[in-house]
Design a protein around this ligand. Sequence first.
Ligand SMILES: Cc1cc2nc3c(=O)[nH]c(=O)nc-3n(C[C@H](O)[C@H](O)[C@H](O)COP(=O)(O)O)c2cc1C
Length: 173
Amino acid sequence: MILVLSASLHPESRSRILANTAKSKLEHLGQHVVMFDLASKSLPLCDGMTCYGDPNAQELGSLIEQAEAVLLASPVYNYDVNAAAKNAIELTGKAWSNKLVGIMLAAGGPGSYMSAMGVANSLMLDFRCLVVPRFIYALGDSFQANELIDPQIEERINELAEEIVRLKSAMTR
Ligand SMILES: Cc1cc2nc3c(=O)[nH]c(=O)nc-3n(C[C@H](O)[C@H](O)[C@H](O)COP(=O)(O)O)c2cc1C
């Protein structure tokens, strides 16, 4: 199973469109994909204590543990993933151990293109994740209404999906 984790809390999120596009592509490649959308499953803020008992936090932790790969789709907020994505990682901690991870970002401008590196570093250093070195970085003009209209971003999502499938089967060998 591949888990797609959509972190935006915005009702008309663009990173959620990236998440749904990747989900469709992975399904087209024959993969079983589960979507966990933080906009519809709210999580408590991590307090390092009682938060771990929250049913949604437990569900997410268990999905991450079961997943052969996790695809994180997030907005860029302040040159980083949003706080909801960071909080989800704090809540689920060790479930990420040795996980294959892909990262897709929606951003407002071209200058924040290295914003995946903070979360990529923490996942690599804290949990020995293998972060696929193919990031998706999409700006507003790649979307119209609720659709991705940029063939280059679509192609990059295709490449990321194919790479995830290739690496996940290599890792289970
Ligand atoms: C609090 C906040 C901080 C933001 N910081 C950045 C930033 O550092 N760099 C950037 O390119 N865009 C930034 N943006 C713009 C968002 O990345 C952009 O609106 C994106 O589409 C949000 O993703 P979403 O549509 O999936 O919610 C910021 C937006 C907000 C609300």
